[in-house]
Design a protein around this ligand. Sequence first.
Ligand SMILES: NC(=O)c1ccc[n+]([C@@H]2O[C@H](COP(=O)([O-])OP(=O)(O)OC[C@H]3O[C@@H](n4cnc5c(N)ncnc54)[C@H](OP(=O)(O)O)[C@@H]3O)[C@@H](O)[C@H]2O)c1
Length: 266
Amino acid sequence: MSATHEPVTPRDADALARLRLTGKVAIVTGGTRGIGFAAATTLARAGARVVISSRKAEHVAAAERALRADGLDVTGVVAHMGVMDDVRGLAAHTVEAYDGIDIIVNNAATNPVYGPLQQQDEAVFAKVMSVNVQGPLELCRTAHSVMQSRGGGAIVNISSVGGVSPEAGLGLYSVSKAALISLTKVMAQEWGADGIRANVVCPGLVRTRFSRVLLDDPLVATIADRQPIGRVGTPDDIAGLILFLASDASAFCTGGVYLADGGLLV
Ligand SMILES: NC(=O)c1ccc[n+]([C@@H]2O[C@H](COP(=O)([O-])OP(=O)(O)OC[C@H]3O[C@@H](n4cnc5c(N)ncnc54)[C@H](OP(=O)(O)O)[C@@H]3O)[C@@H](O)[C@H]2O)c1
């Protein structure tokens, strides 16, 4: 690869072409802020037509406006990932708007309780598992035949370092993120022959609204000081890896678990 001050050679241009998403249609759940918004921006700038979704109509409208103002081809859909009719509607809406689905980034997630397992009752379990695991499964299952008819596709599931190594206070959330990793591996096994790849991204601590409660915890806030890259991540730190896994640059990668955690789990 050329240093940035050298001209791009034809060979470099070929390598970069594999990151282009021209002609692809992508769904990014929870694409209205944080990591999802950064991912939607990056995928759309790489040439994809992108459907962003989240629960709140005002968030969807504002994000859609901001991305379109950037000249990007983006459509917003209101969909709660814990409501399976919404999830199936999101897939249907995407096909209606853009005539296909090639990429799914399952990014939306919930963590209603920060605290010990004793505070995390049956209702919390049901909510966390439906939004963080069942919704992503239902979206991918609904999109499967559409992707297959287009020769395949790429699924990028956003888990967490907590899915690999559970964090105190994030019990059921960590369980759901571990389940999402396992689900991704099953998708990779079952759908590889259909041309559909599935991979997982595990972010470490990233500054977003979601992590505000964690960053307010003095113990958690010191994590950044103890990891090799001594800072909290930004949504853009995660978006590049999502682009790689969504694109043909990762054509031989499936069932993989990729950390973007500042070296936290080293
Ligand atoms: N930030 C971190 O430190 C960190 C670390 C590890 C993993 N992660 C993972 O990264 C992903 C994105 O998190 P983030 O930090 O970017 O969060 P964020 O800034 O709070 O954004 C969350 C997005 O998801 C949407 N959303 C929330 N609940 C939803 C639901 N039930 N159905 C549909 N959309 C929903 C939100 O919009 P509405 O409010 O309009 O629904 C918003 O667009 C999550 O999977 C999270 O587990 C984050």
